[in-house]
Every structure is written in C-alpha cells, then in structure tokens.
Design a protein around this ligand. Structure first.
Ligand SMILES: Cc1cc2nc3c(=O)[nH]c(=O)nc-3n(C[C@H](O)[C@H](O)[C@H](O)COP(=O)(O)OP(=O)(O)OC[C@H]3O[C@@H](n4cnc5c(N)ncnc54)[C@H](O)[C@@H]3O)c2cc1C
Length: 258
C-alpha cells in the first residue's frame, strides 16, 4: 500500500526538566528519565513521528545549573536526542543516550552528563521543532542505522507493526534486543560491524547492495548514522527513483579528526 511522509512544524518551546532516573540498557547506553522541574513544563509536548527529537542543554557532568540568557534561552552547546517515550500527564520524557569513552572518563557533552550527572541535575529541552509522520503501510521498508539512531529505529518498528517486510541494517556492537529492538518476522536483519575509522561505511555498502525497488512508491527508507551517510544514500535514492522528501536520511553525528 502507498504511504505518506508528512512534515509538521511545531512552535518553539523551552522546557526545564531534571534528571529523575538513569537505567543502563547496555554497556555504554543509558536511558534517562527527565521529569518536569515545575508542573506544566511539558504541557503541549508532542512527538508523534518515529524520529522526533529534542535539543538538550545540560550543565557540567557533575551536575549544577544550566546557564540561561536574559530571555531564558539556555547558553552552551546542545545535543539532539530522539524522544523515546513521554507522558505529559505524568510529566516525564525518556531519552536513550549513547555514551563514548571509558567509565569515569566519558566523552562528550551529553554522554558524560548522561553517565555521571547526579539525579536531580537540571537540563533544558527545546523542541521538537517539528515532526515527520509516516502514515499508511509501505510495501517494503529499509531501516538503516548506527548506534545513535537505534532509538529512532525502535520507534519506527513499533509504529510500523509486525506485518512489515523489508530490510533492517544495523551497524552496531550492541545486542539489538538489549535495546528493545524487536524486528518484525518479515524483515531481513543484517548486523554490520562498525569501523571506527569509517563510521557508517558498512551501512552505505549494505544499502547499495540492495536491489532496486519494483515500485519506488512502495519503498520507505530511513537511513541515519554518521554524516558521511547522507550524500551516498541520497544518490542511491535517486537511482531507485525515490524522492528524498519521501525518505529520512540524516547525519546524526559528525566524526571529528583524532
Ligand atoms: C535527529 C537526531 C537524533 C539523535 N538521536 C540520538 C539518540 O536518541 N541517542 C543518541 O545517543 N544520540 C542521538 N543523536 C546523536 C547525538 O546528537 C550526539 O551526537 C551524540 O549523543 C554525541 O554527543 P556527545 O555530547 O556525547 O558527544 P560529542 O561531544 O558530540 O562527541 C564526543 C566524541 O564522540 C564522538 N562521537 C559522537 N557520536 C558518536 C557515535 N555515534 N559513534 C562514535 N563516536 C561518536 C565524536 O566524534 C567525538 O570524538 C541524534 C542526532 C540527531 C541529529
């Protein structure tokens, strides 16, 4: 059956939350439960799309305040994280964060905070600034992701349901089941070994080896990983006759030179 992919913009929102719980899902992957710093902070929060995401600003990994400007906008670097669950009535928002580096010497802004910040630490969440909503039932899905996009894949799988057919390509060292990834029986699953020097290269190669669709209008493609995934997958979509606006192709992070 044909499907649609519709983009909805949302008004800007700045929400003050605090860290209420941390659960280790797998080594180097933690779930953060964020709750309202004051009642009503999550009022109006919606994230209906599989990959809907927020920008998060945190203080130091040791905890402490988030600095704000005179308009209440947080200062400091933000990181983008997928909304894995939320409940406005109960006042919580869950994020699954990949942590780099060794225990006690975690790298990054959100990774180190996710691993070490004391419960109760403040965070400011902005967005989602929009939503990308898939409706209908694509005849063939291609979901390709590295570790940073596993939360989005999990949401897409839940939304697409058990009846889908297609290909699930995951470039990961994690056990997907430990992260709640439950592929539908009709999906061919490929677990690809990440290469730290060429992140997402295995995903690009696996995508390129898939046959072209019989009917381009039936194939839904989600392909997200390191920034270098974007150009080759867009070119592949062109060869397959799929409009890039009917797919989700995104760089979730950018490798920095060592
Ligand atoms: C739409 C969108 C949704 C996203 N959803 C999620 C999500 O749900 N969960 C999640 O964990 N991330 C997600 N990301 C990626 C996220 O924004 C951050 O890039 C990531 O969490 C790293 O931030 P950091 O502050 O820990 O590290 P940074 O300060 O950005 O980087 C620290 C070091 O780690 C390296 N690094 C960063 N990311 C990776 C990686 N994936 N693999 C290997 N090395 C890496 C960097 O090159 C750098 O050397 C998403 C990104 C986008 C654009």
């Amino acid at each position: 059956m044909p499907y649609t992919l519709t983009r909805y913009p949302f008004p800007p929102a700045v929400r003050h939350l605090r860290l209420a719980a941390r659960t280790t899902l797998a080594p180097g992957y933690v779930r953060l439960r964020m709750v309202e710093a004051q009642p009503g902070e999550l009022e109006g929060f919606v994230a209906p799309g599989g990959g809907d995401h927020v920008r998060v600003v945190v203080g130091s990994p040791e905890g402490g305040a988030v600095d704000l400007d005179s308009d209440g906008i947080p200062l400091g670097a933000s990181r983008t994280e997928t909304v894995v669950d939320h409940d406005v009535e109960l006042g919580y928002l869950d994020l699954d964060v990949l942590v780099h580096g060794d225990p006690g010497a975690e790298l990054g802004v959100i990774g180190a905070w996710a691993a070490r910040a004391p419960l109760g630490s403040a965070a400011v969440v902005m967005g989602p600034k929009g939503s990308v909503v898939l409706a209908g039932e694509p005849g063939h899905v291609v979901l390709a992701a590295d570790d940073s996009a596993l939360p989005a894949v999990r949401r897409y799988l839940a939304m697409l349901g058990p009846g889908i057919t297609g290909d699930l390509l995951l470039e990961t060292r994690h056990d997907p089941a430990s992260l709640g990834i439950e592929p539908a029986p009709g999906l061919r699953v490929s677990i690809l070994t990440p290469d730290a020097d060429r992140p997402s290269a295995a995903l690009v190669a696996a995508l390129a080896s898939l046959p072209a669709p019989d009917d381009a209008a039936e194939r839904f493609v989600f392909a997200c990983g390191e920034q270098s995934i974007v150009a080759p997958v867009r070119a592949l979509l062109g060869r397959w006759g799929i409009d890039v606006e009917r797919a989700v192709v995104k760089g979730y992070w950018r490798r920095t030179a060592d």
